[in-house]
Design a protein around this ligand. Structure first.
Ligand SMILES: Cc1ncc(COP(=O)(O)O)c(C=O)c1O
Length: 378
């Protein structure tokens, strides 16, 4: 049986929660979404959380709430999923790419500053693979002019010095994804956390067409509503929220298991020459390990050979990510060219994501480790 790089863990409790909603009165956004938002906000130590139909929708909503529009620039990491940058493009702004730090593979205060973050409308640092990015330093470098939206799609359950990612201590908003390969899942789904009640209200409006109830409008009645913004239908369903609430209760266990798997990879692969293992979290912080990435110093040809060999052995490794500016749409739309971010290019040439998910068995992991040893001659 093939071993994927990531996969959800859904058990009978999760299934029972979904069935409970299916037997009830609400299917789309209702009391379970409200409860999920409250529980997720509490888990992040943030006062507000607004659920969305995906992490992509959450990014779109957050960029909208931050006031991103035509003529603006938005800085994000070169090494991320395209959605981190697409949210700026949806709103007519220009995505600009910060290079990664070659050690952490996250953006840094320096690389954000070099990409013009102080002049941007928003900066979207990504907690790549689940390793917390240096948000406090980025805030200090950028000042208060730009909104900071943490892309925490990979980082549900991560902590910095005991403070959960998503608390928004040094940012305006944080977004999360509940896609099945992420730390917890709702099938599709996302969330934005914030400390700012005005941002929360803008997020809520954007999620439902920009329409608000206005029953007290003179001459109108209880039915009356008005559209104030051009929003979307980005609602999460109660079916998904019930799964999310049940999964949220297990996040601590999921993250612990992912860290055990990471530790086992470090033990099993630490002696392989030319193989750099995923940067660990600094002392006091907790890595969510959405991904466990290894990097081959020998570069593109060696990575291609290892990718092909592992895939042939049933290990469905993946590459995260092609630098976003290399995608044809970005090249054609903004004139970006390969080579823009040298450290992102070097990282991309050698990176490979190994299987890392709570249900991965020791035997499966030993198979992955054994194949890598055999391939790289260690
Ligand atoms: C870094 C990052 N941001 C945003 C997203 C978008 O999340 P979703 O797939 O829930 O729309 C993803 C999803 O893969 C991601 O990896």
């Amino acid at each position: 049986m093939a071993i994927p790089y990531g996969r959800q863990s859904v058990d009978e409790d999760d299934i029972a929660e979904v069935v409970r909603v299916l037997r009830g009165d609400w299917l789309t956004q209702g009391p379970d979404v409200a409860a999920f938002e409250e529980e997720f906000a509490a888990a992040c130590d943030a006062p507000h959380a607004v659920a969305f139909s995906s992490g992509t929708a959450a990014l779109h909503g957050a960029a909208f709430a931050a006031g991103v529009g035509p003529g603006d620039t938005v800085v994000t990491s070169a090494i991320t999923f395209a959605a981190s940058a697409n949210c700026a493009a949806y709103l007519g702004a220009t995505p600009v790419f910060a290079d990664i730090d070659p050690v952490t593979w996250n953006v840094s205060a320096e690389t954000c500053a070099a990409a013009g973050a102080a002049r941007a409308r928003a900066v979207i640092p990504v907690h790549f693979a689940g390793l917390p990015a240096p948000i406090a330093e980025i805030r200090a470098a950028v000042g208060d002019g730009a909104a900071i939206i943490e892309d925490a799609a990979h980082a549900v359950g991560a902590h910095v010095d005991g403070v959960p990612v998503g608390s928004c201590e040094h940012s305006d908003m944080a977004i999360f994804s509940f896609h099945p390969v992420k730390t917890m899942t709702t099938g599709e789904g996302g969330m934005v956390t914030t400390r700012d009640p005005e941002l929360r209200d803008r997020l809520i409006r954007f999620r439902t067409h920009g329409i608000v109830a206005a029953p007290d409008t003179p001459g109108e009645g209880g039915w009356f509503q008005e559209q104030h913004d051009l929003g979307f239908n980005y609602r999460l369903t109660d079916i998904q929220a019930a799964l999310g609430r049940s999964q949220l209760r297990k996040v601590g266990g999921f993250v612990t298991r992912r860290n055990e798997i990471a530790a086992r990879y470090r033990e099993g692969l630490g002696d392989v020459d030319g193989l750099v293992l995923a940067p660990p979290a600094p002392p006091g912080s907790l890595h969510a390990h959405h991904l466990f990435v290894v990097w081959l110093e020998a570069g593109a040809d060696a990575r291609r050979a290892l990718y092909d060999r592992l895939r042939a052995a049933g290990v469905l490794v993946q590459v995260h990510y092609v630098p976003v500016y290399r995608h044809p749409w970005y090249r054609e739309t903004y004139g970006y060219a390969p080579g823009l971010c040298p450290d992102a290019e070097r990282y991309y040439a050698g990176c490979l994501s190994l299987p890392c998910f709570p249900a991965l068995t020791d035997a499966e992991q030993d198979h992955v480790i054994g194949e890598i040893h055999a391939a790289l001659g260690a």
